[in-house]
Design a protein around this ligand. Structure first.
Ligand SMILES: C[S@@+](CC[C@H](N)C(=O)[O-])C[C@H]1O[C@@H](n2cnc3c(N)ncnc32)[C@H](O)[C@@H]1O
Length: 256
């Protein structure tokens, strides 16, 4: 596991700094579930504080959700904020999942691929636990389309993230290279993350994303000041959107 999600300060701030407006979370849950077929058990790998586990449980009343994360601190927050009768949170990492072969109908990797030390090992492990025909949804931003609003205020984070996030071709190659997965779709989806720039400012001020760890105190303060400068005029612009790339893969028939 990377160190970020075992940092008590980041973990304590994570829930408030990453939660989505209710309508945005619902839209994401609808979109993800619309890519899946016959889901009795869905696995979220890198479930964090469980924001998506609970939303997907609400969206799919027939499904059991298993949220796996290597950070005990994140899982404790998940149990606190997003407990749900059909969600189970379990410790584990993407390359050693605590699930039996073919026991999942679907899986989600949301904002996780850039944290994985070995994406090919994770792909192999996800193929092992998914049934043939089961789908994997990857929610990320690929290197060539890094466009989070965060870069407007902290432009130095763009270079930092370009070193961490895979390009689309690399990501697809890691998951399809040995024939375990086939690509179903790659597309974009954007939803509001804040009502206005003032709300965005409050969200970023929590420093609840691991990328902020790359900034000095002075760099962080300078970016926040840039954002503060836009808040008075930004109210007129309304909601702030964040776009993600969505990759849908299908577990091919054949041996894991
Ligand atoms: C940015 S958070 C994403 C949380 C949630 N999926 C979401 O979209 O809000 C990244 C999560 O990945 C987890 N993570 C880091 N390394 C991992 C690994 N090797 N396997 C699985 N999860 C990992 C972290 O502990 C953290 O909870």
């Amino acid at each position: 596991m990377d160190v970020a999600h075992s940092d008590p300060r980041l973990v304590a701030a994570y829930e408030r700094g990453n939660d989505l407006p209710a309508a945005s979370l619902r839209a994401w849950a609808e979109l993800i579930s619309s890519q899946l077929t016959e889901v009795r058990r869905l696995l979220e790998v890198g479930a964090g504080t469980g924001i998506f586990c609970a939303a997907l449980a609400e969206q799919m009343p027939q499904a059991e959700i298993v949220g796996v994360d290597p950070s005990e601190l994140m899982l404790a927050e998940a149990a606190r904020h997003h407990a749900h009768p059909r969600v189970r949170y379990r410790p584990g990492a993407a390359d050693a999942l605590p699930l039996t072969d073919g026991s999942c109908d679907a899986a989600l990797l949301s904002r996780v691929v850039h944290h994985l030390p070995d994406r090919v090992a994770a792909a192999r492990e996800l193929a092992r636990v998914l049934r043939p025909g089961g789908r994997l949804v990857i929610r990320t931003t690929v290197r060539e389309r890094l466009d989070s609003p965060v870069y407007r205020y902290w432009p130095e984070l763009l270079a930092h993230d370009a070193r961490r996030f895979p390009a689309e071709a690399e990501l697809l190659a890691d998951f399809t290279g040995d024939g375990r997965f086939e690509v179903t779709r790659v597309f974009s989806f954007a939803q509001p993350i804040a009502r206005d720039l003032a709300e965005l400012r409050d969200r970023y001020a929590l420093r609840a994303e691991s990328k902020f760890g790359a900034l000095s105190e002075a760099e962080f303060a300078a970016g926040l000041a840039r954002l503060d400068g836009e808040v008075p005029v930004g109210a007129a612009h309304g909601e702030v959107l964040e776009r993600y790339d969505v990759v849908v893969l299908e577990r091919a028939a054949g041996p894991a």
